[in-house]
Write a protein of this length. Sequence first.
Length: 74
Amino acid sequence: MKQIWWVKLFTWYGLPLMWQFLSLAAAKYALMQPARRPTRLDLKSVKNWGNLCFAMFSVSCFVISIFIPTIVKN
């Protein structure tokens, strides 16, 4: 644990920031596009897209965690 405490420190600092600001950053990016200005409904769909990204992140982490004992054993 002494070797990886820096990694854990920055990971636990970065994850809440990612959870809070991914959807907002995607919405801001959509607002900055010069081709079109999104309506309120578009911004809601952008936030939903961010939520879908988090769901896929969680599912992929769960699936990969199933294989961790096999990877570590080899």
